[in-house]
Design a protein around this ligand. Structure first.
Ligand code: MG
Length: 252
């Protein structure tokens, strides 16, 4: 019989760059599509679109929020137009060890992602991860009082724990983005920092078994700072840092 706290525990897993290598599979295309959307719908040039996208990402945690609040963009339209990702399935990859760890992990498991549902389900189904989760909480589900409140909104984290009928201290947020962990920790959740997919570090294999040329090319490229990666190696609000989900099996 597992200890009570193990069965009561709720795992909240981010999707992109936590469960799969999104820098390789999707992020480049998403950023291009977001810039194009802003150029088309806001009537601005490429440089201004890139600047504004970064500004809203840092200020609100999601470009979408800035566009909804300041430009009257309809969220569903933006998400649909910027997450088409033709051929995404062929680029997706994840770690077999991570999949095995997810199967062994006790407690309820949920996906908690700022991505739209159609994209999240596509990724989970392709990587054969969907059956390992009790539910998928996407950006469409993160609304309070009629307003979008995606990560890193601390009130949304509290709201999700209440919806799942647990205390925040029963939850563990597994994430690559530190701003999200800081917010979750501030309301008492535990946090685990996944570092496997920090850009250029992953040396994994594509689904078909071929070594990733994109990743190898990055080995010699200039080192870029990932959004959300804190210069301090162990911020206080990070309870555990890891390169594999196997580490979670030992988390107390
Ligand atoms: Mg992520």
């Amino acid at each position: 019989m597992p200890p009570r706290e193990a069965t009561r525990r709720v795992w909240l897993f981010d999707l992109d760059n936590t469960l799969h290598d999104a820098s390789h599979a999707a992020f480049g295309e998403t950023h291009v599509a977001m810039n194009a959307y802003m150029i088309d719908h806001l009537g601005i040039d490429h440089d201004e679109a890139a600047r504004l996208r970064q500004h809203y990402l840092h200020r609100y945690g999601a470009t979408l929020l800035g566009l909804v609040r300041h430009h009257g963009v309809k969220a569903s339209h933006f998400l649909e137009e910027t997450h088409r990702h033709p051929g995404l399935e062929q680029r997706l990859r994840c770690s077999a060890h991570d999949r095995a760890a997810l199967k062994r992990l006790r407690g309820r498991k949920f996906i908690l992602t700022n991505a739209p549902r159609s994209y999240a389900l596509r990724v989970l189904n392709t990587l054969r991860l969907a059956d390992l989760f009790d539910g998928v909480i996407c950006i469409e589900d993160m609304t309070m009082f009629g307003e979008l409140r995606p990560k890193p909104d601390a009130r949304m984290f509290r709201h999700i724990a209440a919806r799942l009928k647990v205390r925040p201290s029963d939850c563990v947020l597994v994430e690559d983005v530190l701003e999200n962990q800081r917010a979750a920790r501030s309301i008492g959740m535990r946090t685990a920092w996944m570092r496997r997919y920090i850009e250029g570090r992953y040396r994994g294999h594509l689904r078909g078994g071929a070594t990733s040329g994109a990743n190898n090319a990055r080995k010699t490229g200039p080192k870029r700072r990932e959004v959300g990666v804190h210069p301090c190696p162990s911020p206080q609000y990070v309870c555990a840092k890891m390169n594999s989900l196997l580490t979670l099996l030992r988390l107390r």
